[in-house]
Design a protein around this ligand. Structure first.
Ligand code: GRF
Length: 224
């Protein structure tokens, strides 16, 4: 029951779809030693399978339909209210397919994580796997970063590399990268929740080491 440790950090996850990264976060937070607990999952899509995953785990869910609001700010005001109601302290974006305004992002500065399927700063935006293939990249991968207002920007925390193999196409490369997303995203959340991530300007420091780092480079791979 978390023993003598400090209270777990309360986490909200924003999704739009399948939520396989959400599932990885849920699984990691089910460990009684986890310094993070997911208290709310918000989707802007009513049929997102991630909502079912959350409900199966007994986590509160909200569907907030972006198309029901006249602009981004009013949509985000509703999200902020839902997060505040659950006293959320850390936000994870997990396949959330809406652009967030600078105001929202700044509200959560250094308390909001995103996972992106490339070795940032390479291949910001969409279709990252195809673009890596088109470039003949030898390595591809994924990154967890703290979120800043520009697209797929912010201090890089963890990165996992995946070799691009002969005959790879976007789908199987994406599947191999996704396995690594499921590995690094929960770990990055646990590190942030445990207070092991500091920020110095545009750089994240993980246990005092400049990010992004590989999960294999962590001296203490468990939480705190
Ligand atoms: C992942 O590839 C993530 O990197 C990207 O969107 C996808 C979400 O997948 N941002 P899932 O919903 O977590 O399965």
């Amino acid at each position: 029951m978390n023993g003598h440790r400090r209270p777990r950090r309360r986490v909200g996850v924003l999704i739009s779809g399948s939520g396989s990264n959400l599932q990885a976060l849920i699984d990691a937070c089910s460990d009684s030693e986890s310094p993070a607990e997911i208290v709310l999952v918000i989707s802007n899509q009513a049929d997102a399978f991630g909502l079912t995953r959350a409900q199966n785990a007994g986590i509160a869910t909200r569907f907030i339909d972006h198309s029901a609001y006249p602009d981004r700010t009013s949509f985000e005001t509703e999200i902020l209210a839902a997060l505040a109601e659950q006293q959320v302290e850390i936000v994870c974006l997990a396949g959330f397919m809406r652009i967030l305004t600078p105001g929202f992002v700044e509200h959560w500065e250094d308390r909001m994580l995103n996972v992106h399927p490339s070795l940032l700063p390479d291949y910001k935006g969409l279709h990252t796997h195809q673009r890596a293939l088109d470039d003949g990249a030898e390595w591809h991968g994924c990154t967890v970063h703290l979120v800043r207002p520009a697209l797929d920007d912010g201090p890089l925390v963890l990165q996992a590399r995946v070799p691009v193999l002969e005959g790879d196409h976007a789908d199987n490369l994406a599947a191999r990268v996704l396995v690594q997303e499921h590995r690094i995203y929960p770990l990055a959340l646990q590190l942030l929740a445990a207070g092991r991530v500091a920020v110095d300007g545009d750089t994240a420091l993980i246990d005092g080491v400049k990010g992004p780092i590989s999960p294999d480079a962590l001296r203490e791979p468990k939480y705190s």
